[in-house]
Design a protein around this ligand. Structure first.
Ligand code: FES
Length: 307
């Protein structure tokens, strides 16, 4: 008989004929949450398959399939009450205490979010921007003017990103982070670089307005990298926020800040360069140490990209 190892419960149990994972864990005395009693309605019995491919479990039935599709669960997250084990697996229960139950039920009552609260791993191109010397700019302006200028800037940048099939994921004061390839990976890197070039051009076009209105111009830096991230949503009772985490995100942010020391406007990582070297014209290449990363990293200044 196949075995299930429950990682955080430090228990290994042998499955009995015709038993679901939920039935097996309850039989073994594991306090496996199952608010709807195993009817494929609450998802509180959800488990994460840690070791063993998904074929070691029975495929999802119609009810489970519809529910997890609606909630955007990754294929390695299954409902224990609907899953039957075919071969040895290692799993972890995902709803452990009352706070987890509240979160799971909250998500059930408002499942309009585009991103799963359990997170999905995907490969994307990540673009960071930052306005140079924005603090000294703000010191000389009225609060109303600062907000107005930021609104104008962000509106233009967002339109460029969306026109290139990207999505703004986060605003950080005068900086933003956008992802390309969330829906579909193809062209993501090229779209990100094309966006970066168009954003710099838009910033150039804003200079007469900035000079006339605020008496000073502004410049921006763009950094682009590509890598694996986990995208999910975080929510409380009134808000749902998108979240993206991963080493690639930190790396992209550091690529952007390297513009300050290299005196460039748009830098891309080696990964991006390797994918686009036939299409982009580069200026400086530089080898920089990135804060929090060991060793030297090659970065490339992009001057233009062919159509
Ligand atoms: S116990 Fe409710 S979905 Fe499994």
């Amino acid at each position: 008989m196949p075995k299930i190892e429950f990682l955080s419960d430090a228990k290994s149990i042998e499955i009995e004929e015709g038993e679901s994972i939920l039935q097996a864990s309850l039989r073994a005395g594991i306090p496996h949450t199952h608010v709807c009693g195993g009817k494929a309605r609450c998802t509180t019995c959800r488990i994460l398959l840690i070791d063993g491919d998904e074929n070691r479990l029975s495929p999802p039935g119609d009810e489970e399939y519809e529910l997890v599709k609606k909630l955007g669960f990754a294929p390695n997250i299954r409902l224990a009450c609907q899953s039957y084990v075919r071969d040895d697996i290692k799993i972890r229960r995902l709803v452990i205490d009352d706070n987890d139950i509240d979160l799971a039920m909250l998500k059930r009552s408002d499942d309009t979010g585009k991103f799963s609260s359990t997170g999905v791993e995907t490969r994307v191109a990540i673009l960071f921007t930052d306005i140079r010397d924005f603090t000294s700019f703000s010191d000389n302006q009225l609060p109303y003017d600062i907000i107005h200028m930021l609104n104008r800037y962000i509106c233009q940048m967002r339109l460029i990103i969306e026109r290139n099939n990207g999505e703004v994921f986060n605003y950080m004061g005068d900086g933003l982070m956008a992802l390309f390839g969330v829906e579909k990976e193809s062209w993501a890197i090229e779209n990100a670089v094309r966006s970066g070039m168009e954003m710099l051009e838009a910033m150039d076009n804003m200079q007469p307005y900035l000079q006339e209105t605020y008496g000073q111009g502004l410049q921006m830096g763009v950094g682009i990298h590509c890598g694996d991230v986990v995208i999910g949503s975080f929510e409380d009772s009134s808000n749902a926020m998108k979240m993206v985490i991963g080493d690639a995100v930190n790396f992209a942010s550091r690529v952007e800040s390297a513009n300050k020391e290299t005196g460039t406007k748009l830098l891309v990582s080696q990964t991006v360069f390797d994918r686009l070297k036939e299409k982009i014209q580069i200026g400086k290449t530089c080898s920089v140490e990135l804060k929090g990363k060991s060793g030297e990293h090659q970065l490339y200044e992009v001057l233009s990209i062919s159509d």
